[in-house]
Write a protein that binds this ligand. Structure first.
Ligand SMILES: NC(=O)c1ccc[n+]([C@@H]2O[C@H](COP(=O)([O-])OP(=O)(O)OC[C@H]3O[C@@H](n4cnc5c(N)ncnc54)[C@H](OP(=O)(O)O)[C@@H]3O)[C@@H](O)[C@H]2O)c1
Length: 389
């Protein structure tokens, strides 16, 4: 049995992870779960999966969960706040920790788990965007695998598994992008985009922050930086291609002109399952890909005039140092502003760019410097609170 902990079990990726655990009860034991605001969802997960530890946001949440556990005569350790997440990431009996938190709140727990030799299933791309050099170096030193849950990176990992470590014949990695809900919307109408329209992704049902990132195409920029770190390839060898049907999840192009791709229906349970059962594949009851019923598969180059944050992410990735962390913090804060109704959709692009333009480079920043600049930018831009509700 694989013993797993899920950070962010109450979110979109977290819930789908538990759906797979429930599908294969003989293969997995849930050791730990964490939530932020959705205490009621956590309570029902506690009853179903009986973890040994849970982490909650505040002391009052701990009191509430404690009363709940008494009622059901359950003995579970309740951990609190950021320290609680760190403690949860240190539980030695954990075989695999799924990082399904959104945003840079995932950095410290991921760092801690790797330091303790715990394998990582990584959904939280912001961890590698802001602290990729440090996280990957630690994972290499501790020989800890980081298995990507993002469907694009999962696809590339599958394609590369046929290359048996010889990267010298690879011409480039090709990340596919759906283009989001505004792929074909004229830019001059962006001023009237509503929150509901921006959250309504055509192919995927996801949490609100990643949905807005998909609508601005910043999500693909974050994924370019994530791919750079995961697969250790230069930015010049990472291409983005818009593929609105989201059937091909990404590709690897070789020197001889051939391509390997990975295909399936757009269903996040597939890359999550691949991480949970790695390196095995298991049958499952989810809908299978019927080629004859698929729509025509189309491809086009991304329009970085329409979606300039994709270009900005390449630029920040190339500059390295503190730039990706600054860009990411600005994006998290400004997406939160948009979701709170404080700014319009069309202003996200300029506002993120302005913060990056003020960035002062720090070469090889430490994890403390990264977390400090992250906090400084978020406190400045979202003095009330940063939320994605
Ligand atoms: N959803 C997808 O299909 C998908 C695909 C690829 C990659 N990803 C990546 O996976 C990550 C999670 O995405 P999601 O769509 O699952 O997001 P989500 O539905 O918003 O869930 C986020 C999870 O993180 C918790 N959380 C939020 N803020 C936190 C904080 N400050 N400290 C601790 N926990 C916090 C939430 O708790 P509460 O709900 O209890 O508040 C929730 O459990 C993101 O980095 C995203 O880019 C998602």
């Amino acid at each position: 049995m694989k013993r797993i902990t899920i950070l962010g079990s109450t979110g979109s990726i977290g819930k789908q992870t538990l759906e797979i655990v429930a599908q294969f009860p003989d293969q997995f034991k849930v050791i730990g779960l964490s939530c932020h605001r959705q205490i009621e969802t956590l309570k029902s997960q506690i009853l179903q999966f009986k973890p040994q530890y849970v982490a909650v946001h505040s002391k009052s949440d701990r009191e509430e969960v404690s009363q709940f556990l008494k009622r059901y005569k359950l003995k579970i350790d309740i951990l609190v706040g950021n320290e609680g997440l760190i403690a949860l990431s240190r539980i030695e009996s954990t075989d695999l920790m799924i990082v399904a938190i959104v945003g840079t709140a995932g950095i410290a727990p991921t760092f801690e788990a790797i330091g303790n030799g715990i394998s990582i299933g990584l959904a939280c791309k912001e961890v590698l965007v802001s602290a990729g050099d440090i996280i990957m170096a630690l994972a290499k030193k501790r020989k800890v695998p980081i298995l990507p849950i993002d469907s694009e990176h999962s696809a590339i990992q599958h394609c590369l598994s046929g290359v048996s470590g010889d990267m010298s014949t690879i011409d480039r990695l090709i990340l596919t992008a759906s283009g989001g809900p505004f792929l074909n919307r004229p830019k001059h109408t962006f001023s009237s985009i509503t929150r509901e329209e921006a959250l309504n992704h055509p192919n995927w049902k996801m949490g609100s922050k990643i949905s807005i990132d998909s609508a601005t195409m910043m999500n693909k920029g974050l994924e370019v930086i994530e791919a750079h770190h995961l697969f250790q390839v230069p930015y010049s060898k990472i291409e983005v291609i818009v593929h609105p049907q989201s059937i091909i999840h990404s590709m690897v192009a070789f020197d001889d002109g051939t391509l390997l791709s990975q295909m399936s229906l757009p269903d996040m349970r597939l890359p999550i399952q691949a991480v949970l059962t790695y390196p095995k594949r298991c049958n499952n009851p989810w809908p299978k890909t019927e080629l004859a019923t698929l729509p025509p598969l189309t491809f086009q180059k991304p329009d970085t005039n329409q979606f300039p944050l994709l270009k900005l992410a390449y630029e920040c990735g190339e500059k390295g140092g503190i730039y990706p962390a600054v860009m990411n913090a600005a994006n998290e804060a400004i997406v939160s502003q948009f979701l709170n109704g404080d700014i319009q959709f069309e202003h996200i692009f300029d506002k993120v760019t302005q913060v990056v333009e003020q960035c002062v480079q720090v070469d090889s920043p430490s994890i403390h410097e990264i977390l400090a600049i992250d906090k400084e930018i978020k406190d400045r831009l979202c003095p009330k609170n940063l939320t994605y509700v």
